[in-house]
Design a protein around this ligand. Structure first.
Ligand code: PMP
Ligand code: GLU
Length: 397
């Protein structure tokens, strides 16, 4: 019997699969260096864990309102005001099972069949799949490494059609590490308002910016663009809470209401205990975050210098998030012990088999000349992994 035609085109998450493979090999006692993981290697701060234990002890283990507890919505409003200059009411907030779920709800609420969503490429691999799940059409807008992987307003203008419904802006960016500046976002916002399309502003890496760069939310330029923006954020990256699964969205009330209706039928509320833990995270001290950012930045600089010291490989210094896009174009066409390296997939496979180093092939992000390395792993691992990558490259024919 035929399964869903719409969903037969959906591919599984390569990032999650790479991470799972590396974790499994490690569990088998193999000495794998995993650069695949898109999650902080730090533990969830102790006061957040305490709050979860307290919630359990208090019996806060029942259904909550489907779109999340009012206290957490209030805390999110406070955060959006303090950190991003955005004024939202609790009725404009929905809390979901991770930012990925928030994105899924947003696309479901916005898209009709055939609606186009412009996605700058290289892109985080879930965007096109989520757009397709919601019946929309992903439209890729290529960016270049020499432009720091940022879209230009001219290129964006050319990509807009009468069917354009939304544009995804992910700053700081996964996988390419770019961070959009205020004036760049202002120009994009003007286009969105003129042409009336939504912005899905995925800000999950907002705290992970380096070298004094400021994260700006595109929704902050005035009521018109705010009305057209769905701000997506979550607890995973900023608070080392990937497994807790709490994300949230802020948007126009009608959009949030539709997202809430969808969520009320698909998942009901996100985990009650994780919501109380998230409340403690947002209200609590931020010292752990500061230490985490400093450590990420140190690793980033080391990783970038080390990659650029290996002949045939190169990368730019990312300004945000915790990924490096390593350019392997010069390696293409060479072979490793008879295995032709003809793209990012064969590079990643051969590297894992030969040297037990896991990276994510760029083809999954629409960029086959690259592989993605995460520096959310210890400095020792980074050193060891890059030594092995250098050996691998030296052994190429
Ligand atoms: N957006 C981006 C760009 C991401 O990298 C991730 C990480 N998985 C997410 C959203 C989703 O994060 P989560 O579902 O863990 O909140
Ligand atoms: N966002 C992370 C990554 O890109 C986690 C995995 C995922 O959800 O895709 O690796």
């Amino acid at each position: 019997m035929e399964l869903s035609r719409k969903n037969s085109a959906i591919t599984g998450s390569v990032t999650l699969a790479t991470d799972a493979k590396a974790k499994k090999m490690k569990a088998q006692g193999l000495d794998v260096v995993g650069f695949g993981a898109g999650e902080p290697d730090f533990n969830t701060p102790a006061h957040i864990i305490e709050a979860a234990k307290e919630a359990l002890d208090k019996g806060l283990t029942r259904y909550t309102p489907a779109s999340g507890i009012p206290e957490l919505k209030e805390a999110i409003c406070f955060k959006l005001k303090q950190d991003n200059g955005l004024e939202y009411k609790p009725s404009q907030i929905i809390i979901s099972n991770g930012a990925k779920h928030s994105l899924c709800n947003a696309f479901e609420a916005l898209l009709n069949p055939g609606d186009e969503v412009i996605i700058p490429s290289p892109y985080w691999l879930s965007y096109p799949e989520l757009v397709k799940i919601a019946g929309g059409v992903p439209v890729f807008l290529e960016t270049k490494e020499e432009n720091d992987f940022k879209i230009s307003v001219d290129a964006l203008k050319k990509a807009i059609t009468p069917n354009t419904k939304a544009l995804v802006i992910n700053s700081p960016n996964n996988p390419n590490g770019c961070v959009y500046e205020r004036d760049e976002l202002e120009a994009i916002a003007r286009l969105a308002v003129e042409n009336e399309f939504f912005i899905i502003s995925d800000e999950v890496y907002e705290v992970l910016v380096y070298d004094g760069i400021e994260h700006v939310s595109i929704a902050s330029f005035g009521p018109e663009i705010k009305d057209l923006t769905v701000v997506i954020n979550g607890m995973s990256k900023a608070y080392a809470m990937t497994g807790w699964r709490i994300g949230y969205a802020a948007a126009r009330e009608d959009v949030v209401q539709m997202m809430s209706n969808i969520q009320s039928h698909t998942t009901s509320n996100p985990n009650s205990i994780a919501q109380y833990a998230s409340l403690a995270a947002l209200r609590g001290p931020k010292d752990d975050i500061k230490a985490m950012i400093d450590e990420f930045s140190r690793r980033r600089i080391f990783m970038v210098d080390r990659i650029n010291s290996i002949p045939g490989l190169s990368c730019r210094l990312p300004k945000g998030a915790f990924y490096v896009m390593m350019n392997i174009e010069k390696i293409k066409g060479r072979s490793y012990k008879g295995r032709l390296i003809d793209g990012s997939l064969s590079f990643s496979d051969a590297l894992l088999d030969a040297k037990m180093v896991a990276v994510v092939p760029g083809v999954a992000f629409g960029a086959d000349n690259y592989v993605r390395l995460s520096y959310a792993t210890s400095m020792d691992n980074i050193e060891k992994g890059l030594n092995r990558i250098e050996e691998f490259v030296n052994e190429l024919d």
